[in-house]
Design a protein around this ligand. Structure first.
Ligand code: URA
Length: 184
């Protein structure tokens, strides 16, 4: 089964100008849970795979500490190309990219749980103005392929890179998402 295909030469937004490789999602097409990051960083852009740099190591460790190996979950991004200097993806880039790729990827997988990593992704789905600390770990619902799907907001793993004190909150938010998917 294949899912989440991305055109390796996608020309459809300005992020295509500076990228090295497009970065499709990885992990099973029948995954119970999909983790969605904001955008590829430098390591991801070079390798063409999501979360393979330092933030990826933090995510992998959080999954492992909850007893779940990375190859059981789907890991993907809101936009599939690295924004210059790791800036936030702009609204038009996000709309173009998600309507071409992420929306279909989610429909193909039809997971039980979608976990947004960080505020940019959370806002894309639920447009909330609340602070992250109020939103994290709370379960709501989004509709995917006509089906109500659990939606959980977690911290972004990069929040732990400079502030190690965020690590326990990050791990707890990942565990909450895995519990919602009945995986931890
Ligand atoms: N940060 C993200 O949001 N996604 C990646 O793939 C890597 C770092």
């Amino acid at each position: 089964m294949s899912c989440g295909k991305v055109d390796p030469k996608c020309p459809n937004c300005r992020l295509s100008k500076n990228r090295t490789k497009v970065v499709p999602g990885t992990g099973p097409c029948d995954a119970k849970i999909v983790f969605i990051g904001e955008a590829p960083g430098k390591d991801e852009d070079l390798k063409g795979q999501p979360f393979v740099g330092r933030a990826g190591k933090i995510l992998d460790d959080a999954l492992e500490s909850a007893g779940v190996s990375r190859n059981r979950v789907r890991i993907t991004n809101l936009v599939k190309c690295r924004p210059p200097k790791n800036r936030r993806p702009r609204k038009d880039e996000t709309i173009t990219c998600t309507s071409l790729y992420l929306d279909r990827e989610l429909q193909e997988i039809a997971p039980e749980v979608v976990c947004a990593l960080g505020q940019t992704v959370a806002k894309h789905f639920v447009g909330t103005r609340e602070s992250m600390s109020k939103m994290v770990g709370k379960e709501s619902q989004i509709i995917i392929a006509g089906r109500p799907t659990k939606f959980i907001i977690a911290y972004h793993p990069a929040a732990c890179l400079y502030q190690r004190k965020n690590l326990s909150g990050f791990r707890a938010s990942i565990r909450t998402a895995l519990v919602a998917a009945d995986m931890a």
